[in-house]
Design a protein around this ligand. Sequence first.
Ligand code: HEC
Length: 198
Amino acid sequence: MCVVVVGGAAAGLIGCERQAGSPGAASGAGWREVSEEQLTPTRKVARDAALSAIDDLQQTLLAQVSASIQQRGPAGTITVCKDLAPELAEEVGRTHGVRIGRTSHRLRNPRNTGPAWMKPVVEAQRDEVVMMAGPGDAVRLAIPIHVAAPCLACHGRPDLLAAEVVTALGEQYPDDEATGFAEGDLRGWFWVETVETP
Ligand code: HEC
């Protein structure tokens, strides 16, 4: 399955950071895109929390989907995925105190349309980590997801998909746009938003 490189638990010092003159704070909802170098120590902590939530969601999805494929095969897994994937995202979000999900420029499930702030990332198909800093040291993170070989069973070229997979997809996802990918392609993004801290 896809591999997301998640940075180590870089420790940061909490409490010594001011709202260091963030120019973006005056515009919009106070969010602006930042680079790693621009992250304040407190936001680094928030960023690491966001990364560990993504890591957790990815591991959990991988474990559950692999177990389901073993048991039911890819077609059988498609029918459980529809409930399973959003439930896992909610559960992981609750555990980590963040909002989290997956989205794509070619959606399978329209429910996976991300939050409004992801729209520019999705539209530009940004194949890089995008970080945003917001009010109260909150951070938003978008991390690209790429197609690996095992994904092709359900996201590969339509003419190479198993007939049962095509049937299951047709039944569960009549508006599916998420086939026709090749290994290495950008498939979508994990997005995560930490909650604002006072
Ligand atoms: C067993 C079939 C199956 C396999 C294998 C599979 N997926 Fe999916 N994928 C699905 C289904 C079904 C959904 C829709 C889930 C939902 O309803 O939320 C989905 C949704 C997604 C989404 C969310 C966006 C959207 O289009 O709704 C991403 C991102 C994604 N898959 C990436 C991957 C990647 C990367 C791999 C390989 C590591 C992979 N998938 C392997 C069936 C599969």
